[in-house]
Design a protein around this ligand. Structure first.
Ligand SMILES: Nc1nc2c(ncn2[C@@H]2O[C@H](COP(=O)(O)OP(=O)(O)O)[C@@H](O)[C@H]2O)c(=O)[nH]1
Ligand SMILES: [Mg+2]
Length: 357
């Protein structure tokens, strides 16, 4: 490096001179105060001496180019030696690539949901959905990622609901194992529709392979002035806006019992079949019941005993397992008591909030 000594009254002036002489690449190597020359020192302020270097640009450029060329040569050699191997390993390489994509770590937000109860079997798919969520901008932090995850879950929920939606007012049939609260739910639903929705209803309390002993349904119907029939008759054609409900005795979650039930439901014509589950049961048992009853063309799920539900993740786990919306949650034995439509956003927020507590 070539060096030049510059003297000026101030450091700024010295630097200006240096840049004027050497150019913008001037490198300041040293600065010090020096007294003025000869007799000038009697009236002059001390001066600034600056040692400035000029980078040997031609040499450094050459060096950089040489380094680059060496690197290119080295990479070419490596590629040539690997070329044969890559060609022979194409299927293996593709497999490895797919696996590496599959092995993408779970998103942090999804890991949090697993920590608060999401079944691990849903975690990977969910993580992928969030990553590839159409129209979503990449989340910048965990809060944004959590919001995106909520959006993805709610979208899936709504999509599942659209897929099973039936036109008009089909006959709504409540099915499920015995004692889960089907008849209680029906009483609550009809009461709400009568008082809040102001919609007329009609109920069929039918026998299955067992007698339907729910006398309280008929009594409740009388109280509500809602007709409760004991026999299905196609000749009865209520007005189009009338809600039609069928109450059946519960069946065990065995293949044979569900096939018999399916046969009976087909006789009813256009129906919307809702599975009623007791939310206070263990998740594994609920998942098993969902799997068994899914051989029916289910349109949704109702979860009862939410008064005893301690874990809101159950609702999401059931909805994700069944790929169906949970339409209502019902809590308590009293009628009308707790019975409300499920809004997925609210259930998500309740889940996260209760887990944080
Ligand atoms: N604690 C509680 N008990 C309920 C709930 N739903 C129904 N039950 C009670 O569970 C029992 C069975 O209900 P029922 O509607 O007859 O069940 P079904 O056999 O499925 O029709 C009854 O004693 C109900 O009062 C609920 O959400 N919470
Ligand atoms: Mg019943």
């Amino acid at each position: 490096m070539k060096t030049v000594k510059i003297t000026a009254e101030t450091a700024e002036q010295a630097l200006e001179k240096a840049q004027a002489e050497i150019g913008p690449d001037a490198v300041v190597l040293n600065v010090r105060k020096v007294p003025a020359d000869g007799v000038k020192r009697l009236w002059s302020q001390p001066q600034v001496e600056m040692i400035v270097g000029t980078p040997d640009s031609t040499k450094s450029q050459k060096e950089a180019l040489k380094l680059l060329a060496d690197k290119v040569l080295q990479l070419e050699k490596e590629l040539q030696s690997k070329d044969a191997q890559i060609k022979s390993d194409v299927p293996a390489n593709v497999r490895e690539m797919i696996n590496s994509v599959k092995d993408e770590p779970l998103l942090h937000s999804v890991r949090i949901l697993v920590d608060i109860g999401l079944m691990p079997e849903h975690a990977m798919v969910l993580s992928d959905c969030v990553r590839h969520h159409m129209g979503g901008t990449r989340p910048r932090n965990l809060v944004e990622e959590m919001e995106l995850l909520r959006e993805v879950l709610v979208d899936q929920w709504n999509q599942n609901a659209i897929e099973v939606e039936k036109p008009g007012t089909p006959v709504c049939v409540l099915v499920g194992p015995a004692g889960t609260g089907k008849t209680t739910v029906l009483c609550k639903w009809v009461t709400q529709e009568t008082f809040l929705g102001q919609r007329p209803s009609r109920i069929w309390r039918l026998d299955g392979t067992r007698t339907n002993t729910a006398e309280f349904l008929s009594l409740h119907g009388e109280l509500m002035q809602v007709p409760v029939e004991r026999v299905w008759a196609e000749t009865i054609q209520p007005p189009e806006d009338t809600l039609k409900f069928v109450d059946l005795p519960g069946v065990p979650d065995t293949q044979q019992a569900i096939e018999e039930l399916s046969y009976q439901i087909k006789e009813l014509g256009s129906t919307e079949i809702i599975l009623v589950l007791n939310g206070s049961y263990e998740l594994q048992l609920l998942v098993k019941q969902v799997a068994s009853f899914s051989s029916l063309p289910l349109s949704g799920i109702i979860i009862t005993h939410y008064d005893e539900l301690e874990d809101w993740s159950k609702i999401w786990n059931i909805a994700l397992t069944a790929k169906l919306p949970v339409k209502f949650i019902s809590g308590g034995q009293d009628i009308p008591g707790g019975f409300r439509e499920v809004i997925p956003e609210r259930i998500f927020d309740d889940w996260v909030a209760s887990a944080m507590q």
